[in-house]
Write a protein that binds this ligand. Structure first.
Ligand code: 9MR
Length: 364
C-alpha cells in the first residue's frame, strides 16, 4: 500500500496544502476559482515546478466529439502524444500518399495550449499498412521504403516534435530482438539506421527507443541497455529511453525502477515514462484503486528520482476511452480519471508526488 508521503511535508505550507479534502477539492472541480488559478494546480503545472512535463496520449475522436475530454486534455497536461494518428497505417495508408490531417490537428491543438508533442512512432511492427505487410518486397526495397517513411514523416513535423519514439517495441521478453519484417529483411542494423535517418530529417528532435516491461531491471531492460550503450559508443543519435509503464494491479509494481533508470541516466541518456496506465481486474473497487495508485506512484517516483527523466505521460486519462478492455479480457479502469472524469486515488497520488518534488527541486 502507498505510504503517506504527506508525512514528509512539514510546516505551514503542508497544513495549507493538505487541509482535509483540499487535494480532492482541487482534483474534482473548480469551486469558483478562476481559470488561471485552476490551471496552476493541474498535473502539468505542478510538473513544471517539479521539472518534468506531464503528458497524455490523445484519442483524436474523443478530442473532436467530447467537450469535457477536450477541456481536460487542454488544461491538465503540459505535453501530448498521438495515441494512433502518427502511426504508419494512418499517415501512409497507400504507398507514397500521406494523410497528415489528424496528426496536424493534434500538433495545432498542442501549440494552442502551450504543450509539447511526443511523436509516436516512426518504426514499429504493428499498425503497418496492408500495402506494406502484404507487398512482396525485397530487402533492398524494404530498406528504401523504411528510409523514405522515416524521412518523410520526421521532415513533415520538423521543428514541431519534442521527442520522437523512433523505434518502438524492438525486443522480446528474453532480451532477443523481436522477429519483425524489419529484423528479418534488414538485420539488427535497422535500429541504428532508423535513428540516423530520423536525426537527419529533424536534427533538433530528441530521439527515443521505447518499450514495455522495461520498468525494472530484467533481461529485456538489460538488453535494451546494452543496445543503447553500444549505439552511443558508435555515435548513433539516440537520445532517450522511453519506458512505457503498462502495469496491472495483479503484478508487483516495479520497485527497482529508479535503479533501472539510473543506468540509462549514467549513460547520459534522457528517460521518460511514456505510456503509464495500471489496469484492474473488473469490477473495480476502492482497494484495487489504492493498489492502482501505488502503481502510478512508483512510476512517477522513478522519473522524479532520475535527473534526466524529462516527462511522465499517461496512456489516456479517462476510463471512458482506453485500449485495455479490448486487449485484456475482464480488465479495465486503468486510468487516473473514471468514466465521468472524476479523479481517482491515482490522480491524487501523482499530485502529491509532484508537490513534494516541486518543493525539493522546483523553482518556487
Ligand atoms: O492505444 C493504442 C490503441 O488504440 C491501438 O488500437 C493499439 C494498436 O496496437 O495501440 C495502442 O497503443 C499502443 C502503443 O502505440 C504502443 N505501446 C502499447 C500501446 C497499447 O497497446
Amino acid at each position: 500500500m502507498r505510504k503517506p508521503i504527506k508525512a514528509v511535508l512539514v510546516g505551514a505550507a503542508a497544513t495549507a496544502l493538505l487541509a482535509p479534502g483540499s487535494i480532492n477539492a482541487f482534483a474534482h472541480e473548480d469551486h469558483g476559482r478562476g481559470h488561471q488559478d485552476q490551471r496552476a494546480t493541474t498535473l502539468g503545472a505542478l510538473g513544471k515546478r517539479a521539472g518534468v512535463r506531464i503528458g497524455t496520449a490523445v484519442d483524436m475522436a474523443a478530442l473532436a466529439d467530447d467537450p469535457p475530454y477536450r477541456a481536460k486534455a487542454a488544461t491538465e497536461f503540459s505535453s501530448v502524444t498521438a495515441e494512433n494518428v502518427m502511426k504508419w497505417e494512418v499517415v501512409e495508408p497507400s504507398r507514397g500518399k500521406y494523410d497528415w490531417k489528424a496528426a496536424d490537428e493534434l500538433v495545432d491543438f498542442a501549440r494552442a495550449n502551450g504543450q509539447l508533442v511526443r511523436g509516436h512512432t516512426l518504426l514499429w511492427h504493428n499498425q503497418l499498412p496492408a500495402w506494406l505487410t502484404s507487398g512482396d518486397f525485397t530487402p533492398g526495397e524494404l530498406r528504401d521504403i523504411l528510409r523514405k517513411h522515416i524521412t518523410d514523416e520526421a521532415r513533415h513535423f520538423k521543428g514541431r516534435i519534442w521527442q520522437w519514439d523512433v523505434v518502438n517495441e524492438a525486443f522480446n521478453e528474453d532480451g532477443t530482438l523481436r522477429d519483425s519484417i524489419w529484423l528479418r529483411a534488414l538485420g539488427p542494423g535497422y535500429i541504428a539506421d532508423a535513428f540516423r535517418w530520423a536525426h537527419k530529417a529533424d536534427p533538433k528532435a530528441k530521439l527515443y527507443i521505447n518499450d514495455y516491461n522495461i520498468e525494472g531491471v530484467n533481461a529485456k531492460s538489460t538488453a535494451l541497455y546494452d543496445l543503447v550503450a553500444d549505439l552511443r559508443e558508435q555515435g548513433v543519435p539516440v537520445h532517450g529511453v522511453g519506458i512505457q509503464g503498462h502495469l496491472s494491479v495483479q503484478y508487483n509494481a516495479p520497485h527497482d525502477i529508479a535503479e533501472n533508470m539510473k543506468r540509462f541516466d549514467d549513460l547520459g541518456l534522457e528517460t521518460a515514462i511514456t505510456e503509464a496506465d495500471v489496469r484492474i481486474p473488473m469490477p473495480s473497487d476502492s482497494t484495487k484503486q489504492e493498489a492502482q495508485a501505488e502503481g502510478y506512484d512508483v512510476l512517477l517516483r522513478g522519473c522524479l528520482l532520475t535527473p534526466r527523466c524529462t516527462d511522465f505521460t499517461v496512456w489516456g486519462f479517462t476510463d471512458k476511452y482506453s485500449w485495455v478492455p479490448d486487449t485484456f479480457e475482464g480488465e479495465g479502469a486503468a486510468n487516473i480519471f473514471d468514466e465521468e472524469y472524476r479523479a481517482k486515488p491515482a490522480y491524487s497520488a501523482l499530485r502529491e508526488d509532484l508537490m513534494l518534488a516541486a518543493g525539493v527541486k522546483g523553482r518556487r
